[in-house]
Design a protein around this ligand. Sequence first.
Ligand code: AP5
Length: 234
Amino acid sequence: MRIVVLGAPGAGKGTHCKRIADRYGVAHLSSGDILRRERAEGSELGRKAQSYMDAGSLVPDDLIVEMMSNAIQKAGPAGFVLDGFPRTVRQAEALDGSLAAAQSGVDIVLNLQVDDGVVLDRITGRRSCPQCGAVYHVRNMPPKVDGVCDVDGTKLVQRPDDTEAVVKNRIETYYRQTEPVVDYYKAARTVHNIDANKDADSVAAVLFKKLDAFAAKRGKTPAKADASKGTKVR
Ligand code: AP5
């Protein structure tokens, strides 16, 4: 399965892509996570991306397309779920081009729709594990012990681009540069709009219903019957 998950910052892309990866056995390819890893490692790509990410702007297309093409090539035969990519029409065209060259294409596009007011609360309340990438929310999805990762006991941190000022720019950037990607996909295929304002388990149930139906058409069954506890992996 080759799945694209679209949505504004804080829509729940990372949360649900992790659950999708667990359930269907596909690789979770998050452009944001890969960039953060590159930054932590001090690579040239990480250094180039830094100022854009800190300002809440998009990293240039050429860098992202090359980075994600490499990640897709390394994904296993079960396929992948793309989280945060493509984020511009140019990136979507490049993705279609490289998949077509390999006689394949995107199978299903899921668009998580969320209100702006919800986004701000979700992002400013997000806490992440710097070790394993698990994602929590101080109220909606708190860890068992306050401020500590359930998975490996590491102290949770707030992402540097999760401040109110940067989030506002990320939302503006989304409307200007990423929302047109929804129309790009709509021109050629069905885009499945999902109401992502609901609680995470309700959103996951709707996503799984759509993906189960798609997988059944291909004669596949989910890798796991239920992956209700989602955490983000890198
Ligand atoms: P990236 O890391 O992709 O950030 P984003 O798109 O802004 O998305 P977020 O990670 O903030 O949100 P999400 O939708 O994954 O929500 P989450 O599941 O965590 O990108 C960061 C930066 O990298 C960009 O600004 C850009 O600079 C650069 N970049 C990345 N990709 C790029 C590309 N393709 N091109 C160019 N530049 C790129 O959930 C958020 C919170 O809400 C969590 O606390 C979670 O617990 C909670 N939550 C989730 N769902 C629910 C729910 N249903 N109910 C209640 N709470 C929920």
